[in-house]
Design a protein around this ligand. Structure first.
Ligand code: KE4
Length: 434
């Protein structure tokens, strides 16, 4: 596979941009090799600067649930742009996207749009602190909620990938208010509340831990957090930036009947343009300025182009069985990967929920990954790196890190899935013989 154009572009990029990328996980640091510079995408496919085509299971880390350059989204952006790109004033488009999200997600009464998932989670925690007049927050080791200082404590995603213990530049005084505990361990959450009965403002949690790979919540873990928050007067924040509109049209909370006080959103609701949001119960959201005193602002928040892309994405997604078709294909993909690994005796842990999936190559067949420590202990990252490149050579683009999730779109077909499964079988056979 020719990659000379990507190599040249990467060499130039590293001189201009730290690490040659505008987000660390794109640099292929944990899998090695040269990141592919992408020229264009259409449907389930992307093409790199050397003209190589890949079936894409990253989909911009989740947003492109309709696939690349969906005509409804492109048309909406073009039509909106022709009328102007930004006003710094309210538009009807913000009402329209707000209504779509509020109708889809039962726990949400009101929403505030921002420009990224980081902003959404950072603002949600400031709101929880303002509402409760408390300082401490609880997060889970290996969960990633963006790069705000107070959240870069034992974070997942790129921090896990790069093996950054805790990011330099975060003052100890900030980190001191962040209590970190073990995902899937409700007893530890209960203990933290018992030790800090009146000072915890919020618990923030990913409903699926998809920034340490793909770890499902154990039964009653999430509901247990909700109940402890109610008992101690803390705000229950569900970070659905990745799972929103991917696990189910109403998010993981609809799939598992959860009722968070605040939900963080991003990715899909922007249809590939920069959008994040924090949203939830009216009596809490009313504390956000200018309705209330908790300040949060943004020049391009609710930007018309991003709103138009999000509206077109959700309206298309909700119209017909697109979601269910993509969900079935996701399950077929994971089943195929499991069968391929089993046929070759390769230890694998794999799951899918809705249109998201994840898998770990395990160092030993009896290992089970259920939290960050076990993910770091049992994940065979070297095998993942080799598998990643073998699949890339066969035209399949997976996440360039063992500690990330994968995604399908409504543009993927059963042919794409079967091609991917065959490539996996061939890649594993090749790996085992080398
Ligand atoms: P952004 O600021 O990257 O839009 O969103 C932060 C965020 C918040 N919450 C969850 C659950 C997330 O997964 C993310 C971002 N996800 C990563 C991928 N695991 C984004 C990829 C990247 O950092 O380049």
């Amino acid at each position: 596979m020719k990659t000379v154009q990507s190599e040249n572009l990467f060499q130039k990029a590293q001189h201009l941009i730290p690490g040659g990328v505008n987000s660390p996980v794109r640099a292929f640091r944990s899998v090695g090799g040269t990141p592919r510079f992408i020229e264009r995408g259409k449907g389930a496919y992307i093409w790199d600067a050397d003209g190589n085509r890949y079936i894409d299971y990253v989909l911009s880390w989740g947003p492109l649930i309709l696939g690349h350059a969906h005509e409804a989204v492109v048309e909406a952006i073009a039509e909106t742009a022709a009328k102007g790109t930004s006003y710094g004033a309210p538009t009807r488009l913000e009402n329209d996207l707000a209504e779509l999200v509020i109708q889809a997600v039962p726990s949400i009464d009101m929403i505030r749009f921002v420009n990224s998932g980081t902003e959404a989670c950072m603002s949600a925690l400031r709101l929880a602190r303002a509402y409760t007049e408390r300082d401490k927050i609880i997060k889970f080791a290996g969960c990633y909620h963006g790069h705000a200082d107070m959240l870069l404590v034992q974070a997942g995603s790129g921090v896990a990938t790069l093996g950054l213990p805790d990011s330099p530049g975060v003052p100890n005084s900030t980190a001191a208010h962040t209590l970190t505990t073990v995902y899937n361990d409700l007893d530890q959450v209960r203990e933290l509340f018992e030790q800090n009965p009146d000072s915890i403002a919020a618990v923030i949690v990913e409903p699926i831990a998809a920034n340490m790979g793909f770890v499902l919540p154990q039964p009653s873990f999430l509901q247990g957090i909700h109940d402890l928050c109610k008992q101690y007067g803390a705000v229950f924040i569900l970070d659905e930036v990745m799972t929103g509109f991917r696990v189910a049209p109403g998010g993981a909370q609809a799939e598992w009947n959860l009722d968070p006080d605040i939900t963080c959103l991003g990715k899909v609701i922007g249809g590939g343009l920069p959008v994040g949001a924090y949203a939830g119960k009216r009596h809490i959201m009313q504390h956000v300025a200018p309705a209330g005193m908790m300040y949060q602002a943004g020049t391009l928040s609710g930007n018309p182009l991003a709103m138009a892309a999000g509206i077109a994405t959700l309206r298309t997604l909700f119209d017909g069985g697109l979601f269910d078709d993509a969900k079935k294909l996701t399950a077929a993909l994971i089943n195929g990967l499991v069968e391929a690994a089993q046929s070759l005796g390769v230890p694998l842990q794999a799951d899918s929920v809705g249109t998201m999936f994840g898998f770990y190559f395990l160092k030993t067949a009896d290992a089970v990954i259920h939290d960050y420590a076990s993910a770091k202990q049992h994940a065979h990252t070297e095998r993942y790196a080799k598998f990643f490149h073998a699949m890339l050579e066969r035209g399949v683009y997976l996440a360039p890190s063992q500690f990330e999730a994968g995604f399908l779109s409504s543009a993927h077909t059963m042919d794409d899935v079967q091609t991917t499964i065959s490539a996996a079988q061939d890649s594993l056979t090749h790996l085992l013989s080398s």
